[in-house]
Design a binder for this molecule. Sequence first.
Ligand code: ATP
Length: 366
Amino acid sequence: MAELNAIEIRNVSKIFGFGEFAFAAVDKASVSIRQNEFFTLLGPSGCGKTTLLRLIAGFEFPTSGDIMLNGENIAAMPPFKRPVNTVFQSYALFPHMTVADNIGFGLTMLGRPKQEVRDRVAAMLRLVRMEALAGRRTSQISGGQQQRVALARALAPQPKVLLLDEPLSALDYKLRKDMQIELKRLQAETGITFIFVTHDQEEALTMSDRIAVMSSGKILQVGNPREIYDAPTDRFVADFIGETNFLKGRIKSVADGVADVDTPVAGRISATVPQDFHAEGEVTVVLRPEHAMLCPPDQPAACQMTGTLENVVYFGTDTHYHVRLSDGETLFTLREQNKPLQSARFAEGDRVGIALEANAARVLRN
Ligand code: ATP
């Protein structure tokens, strides 16, 4: 028998307010989160990530739809009965209590025997590498250390699912990078399903097994980081994650999931069509900047497009080029990896050609 999903969100909506003020913070969302997964809800501020997390935790109840945990419907179950724990952005630690007492607090409240609490606290201190600070008050430790204590406290009762609401947003850049690695390690070592909320695209891409991209309460696309970055099916997803180019065109024909698209700026190009999508007529094609190359403009056989190089931005590992295409409107972005000590081939103001990598373009659903 196939393993049950850790969490299944089935057509869940959450409406706040009434009548003309009614507002869907989560709008008919469906997604399955697997056992042992590092799953991320990614989207801009106000898209409904926190509300969806609070619905899973039981701090809110859905207006409609069902939430299943290991196959059991928990939509109406109160939060304290759910085998789910949350790490909040603010950590919510007790400042006057020691690190060890904070970690053991939930277990003590559950009435677990003293020895069991002591053993679990010791195991959790080891897990987050905080043994040396067990007796310190949490008001006397750093932000990164507080984050570890909050994690240890949430993991101590061995929840089936850990919910993490932007847990790294209060940390500075370097500490944030360290904690990203630490969180991945904790997830792998404990085998607990993590559901992580962030609005940071890079964080989502580097940490997650799979990502759900949300906008205006809707889940637009679910996939692993590569699928989300390389094969966005939706305009919002393509735009929200990384830089991208959109080209308008008209589908001429489709064979084996690849469309022949006639574009005003690049002529005929091949573009992969999303699954179960039968497009005709006008479409938008997306192409990431690293799937195009600058070439001399006098080689029409090699370059599909020409334009004027408006802007060159050096980033160390790569260089970004912005080219105003010959239609006078479209600004096309390219990214090329730098080779050590290579001198720039083109300068701002040059006329340039652009060669598109074969099979890299994709037709969007909208
Ligand atoms: P952020 O990253 O800023 O926390 P988010 O994606 O987590 O944003 P939510 O906090 O889920 O978004 O909010 C989604 C929408 O629902 C927002 O427009 C918010 O104002 C609204 N909202 C959230 N909670 C309530 C509430 N209790 N009553 C009314 N509206 C609410």
